[in-house]
Design a protein around this ligand. Sequence first.
Ligand code: NAD
Length: 472
Amino acid sequence: MKQLNQIYINGEFVTPHGTRTLDLLSPVTNEKVAQVTLGDEVDTQNAIVAAKKAFKTFSQTSKEERIGYLEKMHEILKRRRQNLIDVMIDEYGCPLYFTTSLIDLAVDDFKIMAQLLKDFDLEPKVGHSRVRLQGVGVVGVIIPWNSSNGFIATKVSAAIAAGCTCVIKPSEFSAQQTQLMTECFHEAGLPRGVVNFVNGTGDVVGAEMTRNPGITKITFTGSTGVGKIIAKGAVESMKRVTLELGGKSPNIILEDADFATAIPQAILAAYINSGQACVAATRLLVPENRLSEVNELAKAAIAGTVKVGNPKDADTIIGPMVNQKQFERVQDYIRIGIEEGAALLTGGTGKPTGLEAGNFVKATIFTNVKNSMRIAQEEIFGPVLSIIPYKDEADAIAIANDSPYGLAAYITAGDKARAYRIANQLDAGRVCINGEFHDPLAPFGGFKQSGYGREFGVFGLETYLEPKAIIG
Ligand code: NAD
């Protein structure tokens, strides 16, 4: 059994002051595989002091120096790609096909940010002033378990590009993935204190980061509930805050789409990352007069292509839920859907046969769902899809926007011009047409309760910079 009993402060692996431990269980077998020692407030304060000290000099480094560190990190991550994939599957249970694409994006984040920084003007002339865009300060990075090293790569690459220093608090359930990422940063030879990692729980380490005035900005990915706690706490010391929160993304299938390909694709879009994805397309909006055809296609797709099983298998679409708590949460929502009167098309409560040891959930689809039902309004974060019929285009847009969330939306259409017109009317930070896409240079973030601020590309980099106008 692995012991993860060190955190990383001021360029060194150190024993934390905190002594509480947490057992890490395999999501596939629920056997204990590791134990992590959790940091506490003192560890968090030590990390903040180190990051604050490092900021004094790191914020003054040249663009070229920071590009050098980003390129070095890219090289190291590229070399350790397979280790990053393996540990993510073992610890979190993400299926191989999806893990591979997430890790490749994480590796590329550093290269893309280096390239972007080369062409980015940090001292533009505006009016008759020179505007100096300087690093905002010490950045607190607080993230969930569903793409731990991916989030670190996106956020910390932008922070380094801006000349910021970081205190990173990953989810306590990601300690093995964190250990590997920490080793990569250590190998990159960044100046001491630029990057610090503290394992720990949100109510201890996350809360200290939120209230400590030594942190200037918090970049958070996680649930809307915790995002609100952080935003409220952060305002006390006027921290800048970027919040990437939950979603309940609509996927509108227009009547001129090719349903035979669109419906199986829509199911895969709902089940990305085993449904534990903020951008999962969990509300499938279809013309009401085609509902029975959609139901048949959906059932056939589940039977033919959606394998629930060992995340190491190349053909697995749905792996286990990250832990038993998450498994129970998804079970509760399936029960809620049944109680609300939604028609269960496939799946349901309980574990799939042969997979009883792990946190596996059946691929579940409810059909003829009303958008007012809780299963259509609330984020489930598991492989549960709601098929919602609409009357006409205006109704589809109204249903899509009738959500507290606004992270992503999807449209499948024969007539692309019509899809663009509809995209303009959707309340979502990202709209994908005829597929699921990621563009690492395009802004990513949410409308409404999906958060505020943007990540990736120039939009992301700017949130780590503070503009100073120098006039005269
Ligand atoms: P969570 O909000 O419970 O936890 C996220 C992080 O916040 C963890 O590191 C946790 O320890 C920390 N935290 C918890 N309480 C805290 C507090 N009081 N103060 C400071 N930090 C605290 O989320 P989760 O269950 O780990 O992850 C699932 C959620 O993340 C879902 O809601 C999902 O939609 C969201 N998510 C959003 C995006 C996005 O980019 N928009 C991406 C992935 C996941």
